[in-house]
Design a protein around this ligand. Structure first.
Ligand SMILES: Cc1cc2nc3c(=O)[nH]c(=O)nc-3n(C[C@H](O)[C@H](O)[C@H](O)COP(=O)(O)OP(=O)(O)OC[C@H]3O[C@@H](n4cnc5c(N)ncnc54)[C@H](O)[C@@H]3O)c2cc1C
Length: 442
């Protein structure tokens, strides 16, 4: 095997190509990307949204300290987002160049034992599918009905300008993307209104129940211009001359309301580049079932749809590819335990982070556990930062092993992985930091 094809240049594909080189593959690595390097994460996901989050947090903090609204020039926001995306994409291009990865701008499709791109077909020894996922909509098409792709892409400027004048936005889906989006924009534009509708009985429904309650309470308190409606699903959207008229069902009752924009964040479906296949299944070595020498990682194989999961799987798959290349059995596994160890993070105010199992899951599994919880309110850093909402909860089994960590407080996205590596006898937490709370619980 002296040539490896990587399809997709998002976090998964880029990391996989780099890892292959880093662990000693000397042959040709060809990365085929149909759109922009960086994928969903860099161009229309993690990076633009967290750049906006930075602006949003500043507004929130100033308003909390002074009681007065603060706003940024909309051009500054849009230009900063574009600049940050470009900077990160340039870094990716440079890293791939340094790793001597050949990048081809084309759409690739696998048919049988051949890969097709740029109107040619090639036999392959090894392919890694890293093609990500596509946002799900309910089939509505209108220039003010958006997914993350339009929002952070061609519509960003129009959307932000409309919000700066006061707009009414419906966000369909109360998962982490819908909630982050609502919080960020609502803090920046407090003259606009945001309704988040969630069809389940709770927002963020895979999180621990106490986290769900706390974040629901915090969002409602910190952002009076967000209204969260649960047990609520969209029935119909009509296109009026100046607005979108939405009919929704709240616990069996039908309501109608008018909006300037509707944002869909109701889930994603895999973006599969294999002819006549609509689901990719992999074994624990991340090799596609029923195919020879085809691996798949990241959003395209489902599970947690997060950039750091795609990158973690890239490390595992690259090693298995090299094992195969050297005629060895694949040795590196991605298991259910690994999936549980992938931290989920949500960049709301306050932030949420968790990994492992929730109390409800442990009860359903009839596992005995102990829950230790500490509130953030008395943490010195939280007091300094005037940000005392939240708590940290750690669930242990009777051998003292951690089964789940659930955090809600400012900046917890930075420290959620700490309990995975802690050694209680030697670890010292710097003062004053939120991480000191682990000293009480671990
Ligand atoms: C609004 C939003 C915010 C998010 N925020 C976060 C966050 O804060 N933290 C986090 O961890 N995750 C976040 N995510 C999720 C994260 O973006 C994804 O989990 C991550 O991008 C998945 O990486 P991937 O490499 O599997 O796929 P992608 O990033 O989707 O990359 C796949 C690439 O493959 C290309 N491609 C697809 N098909 C073909 C083909 N046939 N031929 C050639 N190229 C092809 C695509 O153009 C794309 O560039 C966010 C997502 C969204 C939508």
């Amino acid at each position: 095997m002296n040539e490896i094809f990587v399809i997709g240049g998002g976090p998964g594909g880029v990391k996989l190509a780099q890892e292959l080189r880093a662990i000693g593959f000397e042959g040709k690595i060809v990365l085929i990307e149909e759109n922009l390097l960086g994928g969903e994460c860099t161009n229309v996901g993690c990076i633009p949204s967290k750049t906006l989050y930075n602006f949003s947090k500043i507004c929130y903090k100033i308003k909390k300290l002074t009681g007065k609204s603060f706003s940024f020039d909309t051009k500054l926001i849009v230009n900063t987002i574009r600049r940050v995306i470009n900077m990160i994409r340039k870094g990716i291009e440079l890293n791939l160049k340094n790793a001597e990865v050949e990048v081809i701008n084309a759409r690739a499709v696998i048919q049988g034992d051949k890969i097709f791109f740029n109107s040619s077909s090639y036999n392959f020894d090894c392919v890694a599918i890293c093609t990500g996922s596509i946002p799900v909509t309910l089939g509505y098409k209108h220039d003010r009905i958006l997914t993350n792709r339009e929002l952070w892409g061609q519509m960003l400027e129009d959307f932000i300008n409309a919000l700066s004048k006061g707009a009414k936005v419906l966000i369909v889906g109360g998962g982490y993307i819908g909630l982050e989006t609502a919080c960020m924009f609502s803090n920046l534009f407090d003259g606009s209104q945001f309704i988040v509708v969630e069809k389940e009985k709770n927002i963020l429904n895979t999180a621990d129940d106490e986290i769900i309650q706390e974040i629901h309470k915090s969002i409602t308190k910190n952002s009076p211009n967000i209204n969260i409606l649960t047990n609520c699903s969209v029935k119909d959207i009509q296109y009026g001359p100046n607005s979108l008229i939405v009919e929704y069902d709240i616990s069996g009752e039908i309501f109608k309301d008018e909006f300037d924009f509707v944002l869909f964040s109701i889930g994603r479906k895999p973006n599969i580049p294999i002819q006549d296949l609509n689901k990719i299944e992999v074994n624990e070595f991340l090799e596609v079932k029923g195919m020879r020498n085809v691996w798949a990682i990241g959003d395209v194989i489902g599970g947690k749809l997060l950039a750091h999961k795609a990158e973690f799987q890239a490390k595992i798959a690259s090693r298995n590819i090299i094992d195969k290349l050297q005629g060895k059995e694949s040795r590196h596994r991605y298991t259910k335990t690994n999936e549980l160890q992938i931290p989920s993070v949500m960049f709301t105010i306050p932030e949420v982070g968790w990994y492992g199992l929730t109390e409800k899951e442990l009860k359903n599994m009839q596992v005995d556990f102990v829950s230790k919880k500490a509130n953030i309110a008395s943490n010195p850093r939280a007091i300094v930062d005037n940000s005392r909402e939240g708590f940290v909860k750690i669930l242990y089994n009777n051998r003292g092993e951690i089964l789940g960590v659930h955090m809600i407080a400012e900046n917890v996205s930075e420290i959620i992985s700490v309990p995975m590596v802690y050694n209680s006898e030697t670890i010292v937490y710097p003062h004053p930091t939120i991480s000191e709370i682990f000293g009480e619980l671990l």
